[in-house]
Write a protein that binds this ligand. Structure first.
Ligand code: ARG
Length: 766
């Protein structure tokens, strides 16, 4: 049974691969291992650069043009003056923060025609990776087999502190040590963080979010998902907080922009900061996601989105205030719907079971291995069995319990409450109270900027009702059980009315008055504070003590399962660790796919396709008048191909959330596109990569250039970039040895000009 299934799967994937005409390129590789693991393969596939040109600690390399954008997205430097390109949906929060009903940059777009028009964003930062280092030996040396998971974690953390201190002393850098391969390896990342990042340009939402939630996570796609920022530094080039005297950063490297486009089969690579994947997740974990967590997230978000939309549709100011919040909730609402569909359709549980069967056989076939790994899967299964009981309430806590902003605001007052509770004899008390009050004030006013009390009130009532109805009574906070009964006879609407009429958090004037004279008694009685505290203490004192030991068990089993899997397959497969918001590189080819029977999806979309989708009656598919004119006049300038402008393309590179905004780079190290999404048929890809179906959706750089040039008339930005046009490679004469990669011909400026292109393809290790 197992054998035949494995055979069937192998045959299936091989059939699909031929259908898609692509070789799968799964993998989010660590940049410091490119030289050892990937470069041979990459050069064979069309990469003309050396490993050293991609990632180097000593000289400038491609990685120096890549930034973590705000910690949640990726951006790339595309000029010698610190110009950053990222997605529209990554810049969305910043764009929204500068928007109002009068100056609606979300609706109309925004362009800085000179640097003094660029808009500062106090909370935004970009982080450059200075270097990465394998510190596994050092961390693992602190462990022994008798340690519990929490002892391991403590020992690791102590070592992290020491490593980070050594790595950053006297540099002004920040550092981070994280576990990889579920705690089997550890790496240090050293970063330089710049905090003066200004908005330079964005198309209107009708371009940057064209297709809206309908097209989100889908191909064929026609979204111009880009926005531009600039990173500023102090006069010495070092990070500095915002000052009008700061100067545009002179980067160590920036990406030249290729106007030559891509064709089917072209090599591309993507550098970025993917957030989280779960590729080693067990069949138990997949089942729990399918049965419990995914449906829970979807049902709550469904409700939230409906309620928010009602109020947004009714009021243009609310519409702007809630735009970013709405988009964020909607994005992963659709994601989890798609993930469940994909997990089911692609039989991921069965595929995981097959891997687990192989693991078990391997473990059992050797006495030493049997001791170490023989029980791992059984123990993992029983840990997940116990976890299932708590899964729904923990999902509900984040999504619903703390889902209304009045609760998150109230939780923000905990620090102040702590300070106020210090004995009056404490000398530090008044200083601590003022500091905590200042903190709270900052958080509150950030929230109030985009807050609508009527909307939040509706959300609060709905979320509390769902929590009350859907969660096991024994796992509910007392505020929803005894208290609600006693004071309101279980009537959540009455309770909600009380919370919003009495809480200081529901009214910025009351909050202001409170902050002028903070008083513990006021907080203690504040109904939002009381309620939020009840949710929190329920989670911390009742749920968490039961869940923590189970989680520790899951962690231990995962670690051993991954360790065993790596050993078991060490000669058969190259492994990469799950995404964890550190820099990764993925490479593959541009290429089409077959989403379903009798259907074939081409690898690129065009401006003509935008006009096919145009629907003036549907806000998601409105085409701005000016773009339509450009299309009517075919005023495409240098950015056309075959009489239209390429808009999007796909390839089989391996990305996930956090990669948004990542550069798609050709074999010469030039920018050809901007990654922004994954595709519907492979939404389960974060758990299991699907070679035949999984695609990265990118915006073609020529559409970005068309928008900047013809739509915005921002030639100042075009002029800053280094545009390169690669002549098509001459056909290879039969006498030429086919393994020698062609050197780009008319490419006057080689991207990483310090090194010549590799002369010989290095044999692949695969
Ligand atoms: N799915 C994209 C991502 O997670 C976000 C796309 C934003 N567009 C939208 N219609 N919400 O990176």
């Amino acid at each position: 049974m197992f054998k035949s299934r494995k055979w069937a799967i192998a045959l299936l994937s091989c059939l699909c691969l031929t259908a898609g005409n692509l070789r799968a390129d799964e993998g989010m590789w660590l940049p410091l291992h490119i030289a050892r693991l990937n470069i041979g393969d990459m050069q064979k596939a069309g990469c003309k650069l050396s490993a050293e040109q991609l990632y180097s600690v000593n000289s400038s390399s491609l990685k120096d043009a890549i930034v973590s954008f705000g910690g949640f997205c990726t951006g790339e430097i595309i000029s010698g003056e610190g110009l950053i390109l990222t997605n529209h949906h990554c810049g969305y929060g910043a764009i929204q923060s500068h928007s109002s009903v009068e100056k609606n940059y979300l609706r109309d777009g925004f362009w800085a025609y000179s640097k003094d028009q660029e808009l500062p964003n106090p909370d935004l930062f970009v982080k450059f990776l200075v270097r990465m280092e394998d510190v596994s030996q050092r961390v693992l040396a602190k462990f022994n087999d008798q340690m519990t998971e929490s002892e391991r974690r403590k020992a690791a953390e102590t070592e992290f502190v020491a490593i980070k201190k050594e790595a950053t002393q006297g540099t002004g850098f920040d550092a981070e040590v994280k576990p990889y391969f579920d705690g089997n390896e550890y790496y240090l990342c050293v970063y330089e963080t710049y905090r003066d990042v200004r908005l330079v340009g964005t198309p209107p939402e009708s371009v940057g979010k064209f297709g809206g939630d309908t097209d989100n996570w889908m191909w064929p796609r026609h979204t111009g998902d880009f926005s531009m920022f600039r990173v500023y530094a102090g006069k010495d080039g070092k990070p500095a907080t915002y000052s009008k005297d700061n100067v545009p950063l002179k980067p160590r490297h920036f990406l030249p922009v290729s106007t030559s486009g891509v064709k089917e089969g072209d090599f591309t690579m993507i550098f970025g900061f993917p957030g989280r994947t779960n590729r080693f997740l067990s069949s138990y974990g997949v089942k729990m996601a399918l049965d419990i967590s995914n449906p829970a997230v979807v049902v709550i978000r469904d409700k939230k989105l409906k309620l928010m939309k009602e109020n947004m549709d009714a009021n243009p100011a609310v519409r702007i205030k809630y735009a970013a919040k709405y988009a964020q909730i909607a994005n992963y609402w659709k994601y989890f719907i798609g993930q469940s569909q994909g997990l089911n359709r692609l039989d991921v549980v069965d595929k995981k079971l097959a891997e687990e069967t192989a693991f078990q056989q391997w473990a059992d076939s050797d006495p030493v291995r049997k001791v170490k790994y023989g029980k791992v899967l059984a123990e993992m299964g029983s840990a997940f069995e116990k976890l299932r009981k708590f899964r729904k309430s923990s999902t509900y806590l984040n999504e619903a319990g703390l889902g209304a902003e009045i609760h998150t605001m109230a939780l923000g007052a905990r620090g102040l409450m702590e300070a106020l509770s210090l004995p009056d004899t404490s000398k530090a008390k008044s200083a601590k109270v003022s500091a905590a009050a200042a903190d709270l004030k900052e958080g509150l006013w950030e929230t109030y900027k985009d807050y609508d009390v009527a909307t939040d009130k509706k959300l609060f009532a709905a979320m509390m009702k769902m929590y009350r109805e859907d969660i096991l009574e024994e796992q509910q906070p007392t505020i929803l059980t005894a208290d609600l009964q006693k004071k309101y006879k279980g009537d959540i609407d009455k309770w909600t009315a009380d919370v919003f009429s009495k809480s200081i958090f529901a009214d910025s004037n009351k909050a202001k008055a409170f902050l002028a004279k903070p008083d513990a008694k006021v907080l203690e009685k504040d109904p939002a504070f009381v309620s939020a505290s009840s949710f929190l203490s329920n989670a911390m004192t009742r749920i968490s003590p039961q869940v923590m030991p189970i989680n520790a068990d899951v962690d231990r089993c995962n670690r051993l399962y991954v360790e065993g899997t790596l050993i078991m397959n060490k000669d058969a497969k190259k492994y990469y660790p799950n995404a964890n918001s550190t820099m990764r590189m993925t490479y593959g080819k541009v290429g089409a796919y077959k989403p379903k029977d009798a259907t074939y999806y081409n690898f690129s979309t065009t401006l003509d396709g935008i006009m096919e989708k145009e629907d003036p009656m549907n806000e998601e598919f409105i085409v701005p008048a000016k773009l339509k004119e450009i299309w009517q006049r075919k005023d495409y300038g240098r950015w056309a191909e075959n009489g239209t402008v390429p808009v999007g393309f796909i390839g089989n590179t391996d990305i996930t959330g956090g990669n948004s905004g990542s550069p798609v780079i050709n074999g010469n190290g030039e920018l050809v596109g901007l990654a922004f999404d994954g595709n519907w048929e492979a939404m389960s890809g974060d758990i299991a990569f699907e070679p035949a179906l999984q695609r990265t959706i990118s915006c073609d750089i020529r559409y970005v250039l068309l928008m900047i040039d013809k739509y915005a008339n921002a030639q100042n930005l075009i002029n800053e970039m280094k545009l390169v046009q690669t002549m098509p490679e001459p056909p290879v004469a039969p006498a030429v040895v086919p393994t020698v990669p062609a050197i780009p011909v008319a490419d006057k400026k080689m991207p990483l000009a310090t090194k010549p292109a590799a002369k010989k393809a290095v044999p692949s290790k695969k």
